[in-house]
Design a protein around this ligand. Structure first.
Ligand code: FMN
Length: 271
C-alpha cells in the first residue's frame, strides 16, 4: 500500500473484531516504531501493553486488549516530535491491516502511565489500541463520530495560504504538491480541530498552529502541537512519495500575528 493510500484509508477504529492481534503483526509494529526518527531528535520509548495484565481500558474501545504507547522526556517540542513519530506508526499499522485510534483523553491514564513505568520527568502523550477492525462500528462509535464531525475536514483554502494569511492558496496552481497539502488536510487531530495552517513562500512551507481555546494545560502541554507533528509527517511522507526531497528547519519568518497563529516549523521542498 502506498503512503497516500494509507493516509486516505486510515480512520480511527474504535470497534475491533475480538480476535487477538497476530504476534507477527504486533512485533512488526513495535519494530517499526523503534526505528522511527523525528526531526527534533527526541528519543521515544515504545511498549506494547496487554490491557488485561495492567488493568487498562478506554471507554470508547471495544474488541481488543492490545495497546501501543510511547513515552519520552518532557522537553520543548515533545508534542510535535511525538505527533510526527506516532503518526508514522499509525500509518504503518494501516498498511498491514491493523486498526488504530489516537487516544489522549479517553483512557484510565494513571493505569497506562504505571504500565509504562513513567517517571517524573517523562510524558506519555497518547496511546492507541491495535487490532483488526470489526465489520460494523459500535453504536457508541458512530454516535461519537457524528458528534465530532469526524468525517469532515476544512476546505483547502481555509488551511493553506499563498505568501500571507490573507491570501488562500490556489490548489490548481501548485502542481503535484497539491497532493502533499491534501495529505495534511486529511490528517487526524484531537477532537478533529485541524489546527494546521501552512503559508507557502516559494519552495518553503511554513507550518503554523491555529489554537483552539482550552487545549493548552496548566503546565503548558499543548495537545494541538501533537496534531502539528501529524501534519509535518503527512507532508513529508507525501512529498517523498512524489519523488522530491525536503529539508526541515525552525526559523520563524514572522508572517503571523501570534494572536492568530503560532509558528511551528518549515519544510523546503527540493526537486
Ligand atoms: C492527539 C489526538 C488525540 C486524540 N484523542 C482521542 C481520544 O482521547 N479519544 C478518542 O476516541 N479519539 C481521540 N482522537 C481521535 C480523533 O477524534 C480523530 O482523529 C478525529 O475525530 C478524526 O477522525 P478520524 O481519525 O477517523 O479521521 C485523538 C486524535 C488525536 C490526533
Amino acid at each position: 500500500m502506498k503512503i497516500m493510500e494509507a493516509i486516505r484509508s486510515r480512520r480511527s477504529v474504535r470497534t475491533f473484531d475480538g480476535t487477538a492481534l497476530r504476534q507477527e503483526d504486533a512485533q512488526k509494529i513495535l519494530a517499526f516504531a523503534e526505528k522511527v526518527e523525528n526531526p527534533y531528535d527526541i528519543p521515544i520509548t515504545w511498549k506494547l501493553l496487554d490491557a488485561k495484565k495492567y488493568g487498562l481500558n478506554s471507554p470508547v474501545i471495544v474488541g481488543t486488549d492490545l495497546y501501543i504507547a510511547g513515552k519520552m522526556r518532557r522537553v520543548p517540542h515533545a508534542e510535535e516530535a511525538f505527533g510526527y513519530a506516532f503518526e508514522k506508526v499509525i500509518l504503518f499499522a494501516e498498511t498491514i491491516g491493523v486498526g488504530t485510534t489516537w487516544i489522549a483523553g479517553t483512557m484510565n491514564r494513571a493505569a497506562f502511565e504505571r504500565a509504562m513505568d513513567l517517571s517524573e520527568d517523562e510524558v506519555m502523550p497518547c496511546v492507541s489500541p491495535l487490532g483488526y477492525p470489526a465489520k460494523k462500528m459500535s453504536l457508541r462509535e458512530s454516535v461519537m463520530r457524528k458528534g465530532i464531525g469526524a468525517d469532515d475536514r476544512l476546505d483547502f483554502g481555509k488551511l493553506f495560504f499563498d505568501g500571507a494569511f490573507d491570501k488562500p492558496l490556489d490548489q490548481h496552481k501548485i502542481g503535484k504538491l497539491a497532493e502533499a497539502f491534501e495529505a495534511v488536510r486529511l490528517g487526524p487531530s484531537a477532537v478533529n480541530k485541524q489546527p494546521w495552517r501552512i503559508v507557502v513562500c516559494g519552495d518553503t512551507m511554513h507550518f503554523y498552529e491555529k489554537r483552539s481555546k482550552g487545549y493548552v494545560s496548566e503546565n503548558e502541554w499543548d495537545i494541538q502541537k501533537i496534531d502539528m507533528g501529524i501534519a509535518l509527517s503527512h507532508f513529508e511522507l507525501a512529498v517523498k512519495e512524489l519523488g522530491s526531497s525536503l529539508s526541515f528547519e525552525i526559523r520563524d519568518p514572522g508572517l503571523a500575528d501570534p494572536g492568530v497563529a503560532i509558528y511551528i516549523a518549515s519544510y523546503t521542498v527540493k526537486e
